[in-house]
Design a protein around this ligand. Sequence first.
Ligand code: GLC
Length: 559
Amino acid sequence: MELAVGGGMRRSASHTSLSESDDFELTRLLSKPRINVERQRSFDDRSLSDVSHSGGYGRGGFDGMYSPGGGLRSLVGTPASSALHSFEPHPIVGDAWEALRRSLVFFRGQPLGTVAAVDHASEEVLNYDQVFVRDFVPSALAFLMNGEPDIVKNFLLKTLLLQGWEKKVDRFKLGEGAMPASFKVMHDAKKGVETLHADFGESAIGRVAPVDSGFWWIILLRAYTKTTGDLTLAETPECQKGMRLILSLCLSEGFDTLPTLLCADGCCMIDRRMGVYGYPIEIQALFFMALRCALQMLKHDNEGKEFVEKIATRLHALSYHMRSYFWLDFQQLNDIYRYKTEEYSHTAVNKFNVIPDSIPDWLFDFMPCQGGFFIGNVSPARMDFRWFALGNMIAILSSLATPEQSAAIMDLIEERWEELIGEMPLKICYPAIENHEWRIVTGCDPKNTRWSYHNGGSWPVLLWLLTAACIKTGRPQIARRAIDLAERRLLKDGWPEYYDGKLGRYVGKQARKFQTWSIAGYLVAKMMLEDPSHLGMISLEEDKAMLKPVLKRSASWTN
Ligand code: GLC
């Protein structure tokens, strides 16, 4: 049964069809001026202190870093960016563009997204024929960099309509703001209609909640706005409401004593049981970045004002918490090693009562004298000391990491190249869990055996994040080295989803071929390195108003 709701959207419990009036609304939005350079305003450097006394977009606004390539149309397989540069593109770039275009999904004649994989050889399709929100991000960035923003706009608008559905898992109704993990275009040949079918976790293996989808949506809306200079999309009541709904889900008051966001296992890129529950770094970093992006785009009108204030307060607390308690370097590790336990009251140094015996052996050798990273998780008596690539890269890009911390993360990558990059960039996490721990933590997951898939596998898609972080920290040579490695294998191996083994030498046991985000990730990395000004669409400058915590050392710590 379909229920008509405000704004021309229709809701349905299991799937929906977009009505003519929806399409009219969308057409209206799509036909608004695409590029509006005049309206570009600088907002990157807007600090939290501006929030309380600025109206509309305030003194801020989108800064005018206008990505070259914007506005250019590309021919199939001909990236606009390569036309802007004199040097010859790598021979696999053309193949990559063709493969990326083959993954395009059309809805009522318009490109709407890219499927997760176009792997005809694979027997099991599962849901790889769907458009995943998180997987579409590198595709979207590639299209934006190549001067093709319309597909991104269409994606942002259609996913907004999906957010408007009533979402249920069995008899349980999900939060209004939830964004889907993925969606699919269904063709009814008899009736000659196309409808969308979305998955909010109710069909996903393990019924996992895609907490990251809403954050990626906000981050992508900013990337679109920043690249095109078209503020009109973010300003629409639909987009403003979409942002507010996502934010309501994560800014509501509860019993929490921490500013981090509490999540269930499998809520992000690692969407299986992997001990990534509680306060995982990937979600905290995306949460932080989405809050900062929303702050730049939310109107300070009656409805938006309350959110703007909440965001500002949360960002202060979140950055302090993350920079203090998630951060680990040699000195901090030594400090934790000597922690006293069972400390009561405000004066406690070991606030979460972490037992030093819980520090895993591998960490003592892994930690270089110079370098550091945000660990995987922090909660009572628990520090997950594993390294997770996505969270750390997003921490750099969002400036959750201070410039010193960002530099230290890059130092760690250089120092531990073999472990984290090996023969194929980039390890999703390090190290793998095995034996008894694997049984307990994954529930004996045969897909996540040691050094495979989410359990220490190497994911080419992460290359774009590494490249962006390298450019931001002024170390493009690291990205070049990683891209060189990827170029030796990716096309030859058929753009696998992931690689297995300690060094990432083997094509993943169950890896899809022609995995779209491996292809798009490579292209984005390439284009960003060729033209570093693209970085602005996915990077935020440091907000000086956020306090840098001084790490407290235990009294007994000596050098
Ligand atoms: C796997 C990955 C997930 C990705 C999906 C589609 O489930 O774990 O991160 O979004 O495949 O590629």
